[in-house]
Design a protein. Structure first.
Length: 272
């Protein structure tokens, strides 16, 4: 019997080790095990971490089929999948425990992400299977990734939330940018910029929470929500499956990935 291939990678904070591990796993066609989520799922389930890790590469192709064939006996691999999803739900519950006000719930989530997940550049979103879990595992994320973690935790807490993407238009600093919106009864949809977070210069509680319900005027929103359809519809697979401020380009022979084309934006700032 062929010996299984096991590669262990230790990493220091912000070293990019998780991205390297994912690239190696993709190259070799072997599974990558998320240590943090496995540990949390083990604590939640009472199963050992070894049993959970071993089950990851045994997940059935169809949960419904397995349930039908096996009655109430769910395969361990499918139990693990559900448990890892429940880890995020439990995290949301722990962050908002004892609070019923949706605004104060959202502020707790906003503050927690701000305090624990600094901004860092990352791989293209389309290469990441689960972005909120990616942020939790790597302890950092870019603007869209921390926004998607915020959105996920809000939705798990019963707060409607959605993704936004476009551009920040600050003078001499325009760039791609993603943020979020949350819905509060009586107020409607309000903006949240998780990556701008709590300003270091804020002097009072209102200023600290400015980007949790407020936004500056230097924004251009291209779309609301993620993975929205393109018009006209593309014939070939998209370069970016989550976001698309830049748009997409293809020709009759196939898709053109981002390095194969460029775009330019002129901004006129009006002085009154």
């Amino acid at each position: 019997m062929k010996e299984p291939m096991v590669i262990t990678m230790a990493r220091e904070y912000a070293s990019g080790g998780s991205e390297i591990a994912q690239a190696v796993a993709d190259k070799l066609g072997i599974p990558l095990y998320n240590k943090e989520l496995i540990t949390l799922a083990a604590k939640k389930s009472g199963l050992t971490e070894e049993a959970i890790a071993a089950s990851e590469n045994q997940r059935s192709g169809s949960l419904i089929y397995s349930l039908y064939m096996m009655g109430n006996t769910m395969p361990l691999a499918d139990q693990v999948y559900i448990l890892q999803s429940n880890v995020i739900k439990e995290l949301a519950a722990n962050l908002t425990v004892g609070e019923t006000n949706p605004l104060l719930k959202a502020q707790r989530i906003f503050r927690w992400i701000n305090n624990h997940f600094p901004w860092a550049s990352a791989r293209e979103y389309s290469t990441i299977e689960n972005i909120p879990e990616y942020v939790l595992d790597n302890r950092h994320g870019d603007c869209g990734q921390v926004s998607l973690l915020f959105i996920t935790l809000c939705r798990c807490s019963g707060i409607p939330a959605r993704f936004q993407s476009g551009f920040i238009m600050h003078r001499r600093a325009w760039n791609l940018h993603e943020s979020a919106e949350v819905y509060f009864e009586g107020a409607g949809w309000v903006p949240v910029d998780q990556s701008f977070g709590i300003p270091t210069f804020a002097d009072n509680p209102e200023e600290k929470m400015f980007f949790m319900g407020g936004i500056d005027s230097w924004r251009m929103i291209v779309n609301s929500d993620y993975s929205m359809p393109l018009v006209p519809e593309k014939k070939y697979p998209r370069s970016e499956t989550v976001d698309f401020q830049r748009g997409e380009v293809e020709w009759e022979g196939g898709n053109l990935y981002f390095p194969q084309w460029s775009y330019h934006m002129d901004i006129d700032y009006l002085n009154y």
